[in-house]
Design a protein around this ligand. Sequence first.
Ligand SMILES: [Fe+2]
Length: 384
Amino acid sequence: MSAIKEVEEIIPVSVEPREKLLVIKWDDGRQSLYPYIYLRDNCPSIRHRNGQKLIETATLRLSVHPETILPQLPEGIHIKWDDGHDSYYPAAWLQQHDLSPAAVQSRREHRKLENVLTQWDASIQAALPKATYRDIVADQGTLHHWLGYVHQYGFAVLQEVPPEENKVLDVIGLFGYTRETNYGKLFDVKTVVNPNNLAYTNLGISPHTDNPYRDPVPTLQLLHCLRSSAFGGDTILVDGRKIALTLKDRSPLYYELLTRTMVTFRFEDNSNLLEYTGPILLCHPNGDFRAIRFNNRSIQPVELSAAEALVFYEAYMTLAAMLEEPQYQVRFRMEAGDLYIVDNERVLHARSAFDDIGGERWLQGAYADRDGLISTWKTGIKNQ
Ligand SMILES: [Fe+2]
């Protein structure tokens, strides 16, 4: 991250109160505007020593106004408010909270550089983001890199994980907590009689995200291979972010349709009825891609007019076809001891059919929360 340009320190040279905001001029000629309500709400002194704000939003007055302003330049500004509160704003704080569009944009860019998301396709096959279990247990730096891969690429491989039952939970324990679901703390993926999920058969499973019928959806999925002597059953991963943004380029109309058409995912067995309704592609309010939910096994018949359904299917099937294109897919065979982790809101996983006669294929899976992993990646301390 050495490429990140440090924010240059500038010095406030004058303060001018206006009706609803304060204008500060800096020594580089720029000026910044600070609404009084913004300054009062974010008074740096009204915080617990743990850093949390102590101001109750409902107690603030929108019309709050300085009674006196004491510039102590270049160090900072003292404000006595008309509600009796005293605030002090150091110059560095004012610079860090500058609301000018250029400053806000610059801070966003800075955060982006620190939070790189790399889109990938089949070409990443030659250099999969991976580590060994021994190394991430023994070395904090290696663990940090491995967790960073999950953030950056939406997946990572871990090798030489002892092929023992429950070991996948130990891996989760290195960065966070298990997300327990109706499948239990962990689930076994092997062929069973009368399965409640096609995962427990030897059929091929096309690229999908897990549990789209849950709200909130499990954000991380891990699969650990304990036995692998069956023929077939390759693992396939696809970057849903790459696919979604490629679709957005090629066919903005289809992309837009998939971001606003509500579909329902549903799972039902003897003891569960789980349903979620929302779009297949989820966006932030600013239009940035946020997540994908895609699962041909649990999606329900769409409830649209016939004309809408025809257009929806054009978009939906275009997306499905892209997910099947080998140019976007990473494909590998999991041997006993291999594990992968995916961001279940970004990377889709699949497996090819396998022959379970004369061979065995046994994986154990579990879910966890992405925010805990990101926290451990950023702090080096497992979230408590
Ligand atoms: Fe799955």
